[in-house]
Design a binder for this molecule. Structure first.
Ligand code: HEC
Ligand code: HEC
Ligand code: HEC
Ligand code: HEC
Ligand code: HEC
Length: 512
């Protein structure tokens, strides 16, 4: 039996051949077809049943303790799921890969920061970043990210906390929040979110407790199914789906199981900003998930993260857009989820469980990639390095170009800070900076969507070029958005590839 092939993307289904058979024969054939379809459905149902039973046999667990929505402590969940808990706890490991993982750097604890080990400083690795973020807390302390075990302490003790007062909204992605939100909102998740967001960090922290991202944040304690508990994602994905004509989307009701294996990560690994004085944590997906759409949204709502100290430009800090970038890549398009690569199945004795030691897949190529790619580990690793080395080179080119523009504006504004040429160049810096930072901040160094990463960097270099031309008084489009519209021209005969990626759409219900 051959497996049916799905139609190639965007190609219409083949037209049926004209039917030249006598009518009664057609009817007989139709009856036979229905009968064999029924048998096939029966067989499929049986197979599904057998498969499910096998799964159940594999994943039998003993319910030792009762779990509820207020069971935040993962150690308690660990009584029912000791193997999951063990692998979850291993997120304390620190192993460096070429561009990812992290390096354990010993430090002498102080009164304000008791950590004895931190991840390496990205500012020391690349001092250009200090200039790129001049005037913003990121220029004081920015480190390589490490495992989930550290999400809370690294946020608590980063020097950025001491440079500027941070809001409770920061905790959304750094602590186990579900119980805290529900309590603050008297059982209403969104109300709790609204209460916690604007609080001073320490006050908010006191209300949510001491656990980093925990079982309850991704799982429903009643049946262990995946769920989204983060208001930022619930609101963001609803806005995104509305741009695609789907109203009132709720991932917990409408997403497929495979989508949920990505959405639980999209709760935090995304670009965000704090909206208004309510500090409402917002994902800028109101026009789409691509960097261009997000930049357009920021241009429209006028948001800035800070004023650049050298150039005076109202700039933006992009942050960990893994979900957005992944959605532009070949794996999302092929229906591969974050969990397929970062939490692959792991065999422990007779059981097969999802590896909760979430980390770089390059540290487990065998489970993470070779289930689908039947090529050697070494070759797979080199394919990743190829993509990453190219992206890294282009990232460097883009940052150099951006800093040339930034310094140029700095010089020009010393002479005349209200010169329209300076104002226009600042707008181009804002665009060039957001685009370069988008790839810099995305943590796969291009792997999640290789051509997209390089497309973004190419556009960043173009914005830097146009900014410099504006400074020289040359004729350039009146804004980066106009420049983008002008450079996006394509021959009239080429229709845009309109089909959204499966991970961002998919109409079927959970449980498929
Ligand atoms: C096809 C496999 C694949 C999928 C799917 C995938 N990733 Fe990755 N991811 C990688 C690889 C490979 C790297 C690079 C790791 C490295 O450089 O060590 C990476 C890097 C990362 C990193 C940085 C890891 C580190 O150790 O520094 C994060 C965070 C991340 N991915 C999150 C996600 C999220 C969130 C999703 C889904 C939205 C996702 N990934 C989907 C393969 C994948
Ligand atoms: C939308 C979710 C989200 C919010 C909100 C958020 N973070 Fe993070 N944060 C992440 C993710 C994901 C990482 C890991 C990826 C990375 O470092 O790029 C991270 C990493 C960090 C790190 C470790 C790496 C570094 O930058 O040195 C610190 C410290 C940190 N965040 C502080 C903060 C502070 C302070 C705030 C509030 C201003 C905040 N975070 C708000 C998701 C978030
Ligand atoms: C509640 C928010 C949150 C959720 C949900 C979340 N992450 Fe993270 N993740 C973070 C933060 C914050 C960090 C950085 C922690 C630090 O540096 O202290 C991080 C770090 C990572 C790392 C780096 C690990 C390393 O050793 O370098 C990977 C890989 C990763 N996350 C992947 C995922 C995947 C895959 C999912 C979904 C299964 C996911 N994350 C879900 C917030 C989250
Ligand atoms: C960042 C999100 C996240 C966190 C936190 C998390 N899990 Fe999971 N868990 C997943 C994903 C993704 C799967 C795969 C589910 C699927 O395929 O439907 C999973 C699957 C499971 C399963 C089903 C069997 C299996 O192995 O696939 C169990 C049981 C489980 N997790 C227990 C736990 C426990 C216990 C904790 C806390 C110690 C925990 N999980 C924390 C994301 C998470
Ligand atoms: C669940 C299946 C699955 C997993 C797991 C998976 N891939 Fe893939 N990968 C695919 C599919 C499907 C494609 C698209 C090409 C195709 O259709 O043959 C692809 C494409 C690629 C490509 C080509 C990218 C391009 O731009 O053309 C690379 C490189 C790659 N994968 C590496 C990896 C690595 C490294 C891992 C592990 C971290 C991994 N894959 C995990 C299914 C998978």
């Amino acid at each position: 039996m051959t497996t049916p092939q799905p139609p190639a993307p965007d190609s219409p289904a083949p037209a049926p051949a004209p039917d030249r058979r006598p009518r009664h024969l057609g009817r007989l054939l139709a009856i036979a077809a229905v009968a064999s379809a029924l048998v096939a459905i029966g067989v499929a149902a049986l197979l599904t049943n057998i498969f499910e039973r096998k799964q159940e046999a594999r994943n039998t667990f003993v319910q030792v303790v009762a779990l509820t929505d207020t069971t935040t402590d993962p150690a308690i969940w660990g009584k029912n799921f000791p193997q999951h808990y063990d692998s979850y706890r291993r997120t304390t490991d620190m192993v460096h890969t070429r561009y990812g993982g992290s390096e354990a750097v010993p430090r002498t604890p102080t009164a304000v920061d008791p950590r004895t080990v931190v991840a390496q400083s990205r500012l020391e690795e690349d001092p250009r970043l200090i200039e790129m973020w001049k005037g913003y807390p990121f220029s004081k302390d920015f480190r390589e990210e490490r495992g989930h075990a550290y999400v809370l302490e690294d946020q608590l003790y980063t020097e950025r906390q001491r440079v500027a007062q941070q809001p409770g909204a920061c905790l959304h992605c750094h602590a186990s929040m579900y119980a805290g939100y529900m309590k603050a909102g008297n059982g209403d998740l969104i109300k709790g979110f609204e209460v916690i967001n604007p609080l001073p960090y320490a006050e908010a922290k006191a209300r949510v407790g001491n656990h980093p991202v925990a079982c309850v944040d991704c799982h429903d304690p009643a049946d262990m199914s995946l769920r989204v508990t983060r208001p930022g994602f619930l609101e963001g994905i609803r806005a995104l789906k509305a741009t695609q004509g789907v109203e009132n989307y709720d991932p917990n009701r409408d997403a497929t199981r495979q989508e949920m294996r990505t959405f639980v990560c999209g709760q935090c690994h995304v670009e965000y900003y704090f909206k208004g004085k309510e500090k409402r944590l917002t994902y800028p997906w109101q026009r789409g998930l691509m960097v261009d759409s997000m930049f357009a949204e920021y241009e429209q709502n006028g948001h800035k993260d800070w004023t650049h100290e050298i150039s005076g430009a109202p700039v933006l800090k992009a942050q960990h857009p893994e979900f957005e970038m992944y959605n532009q890549g070949i794996h999302a398009r092929s229906g591969v989820a974050c969990a397929d690569c970062h939490m692959p199945y792991q065999r422990t004795g007779a059981q097969k469980i999802s590896d909760h030691h979430v980390r770089s897949p390059l540290l487990m190529i065998n489970q993470a990639c070779q289930t689908c790619h039947k090529i050697s580990e070494e070759e797979l690793r080199n394919r990743v390095f190829n993509i990453q080395d190219r992206t890294f080179e282009m990232r460097n080119v883009a940052i150099d170009a951006l800093l040339d523009l930034t310094r140029g504006i700095g010089e020009a504004r010393k002479r005349d800070s209200v010169d329209p040429k300076v104002k226009l160049a600042q707008r181009y810096q804002r665009a060039a900076q957001f685009f370069a930072d988008f790839v810099e901040a995305e943590n796969s160094m291009g792997f999640h969507a290789d051509q997209e990463a390089v497309r973004i960097l190419g556009n960043s270099v173009n914005y830097s070029r146009l900014g410099q031309a504006a400074l020289r008084g040359e004729q350039v489009p009146a804004s980066p958005l106009e420049a983008a519209a002008a450079s996006a021209h394509r021959p009239k005969s080429v229709a845009p590839l309109g089909r959204p990626t499966p991970a961002a759409t998919g109409g079927t219900k959970k449980g498929d």
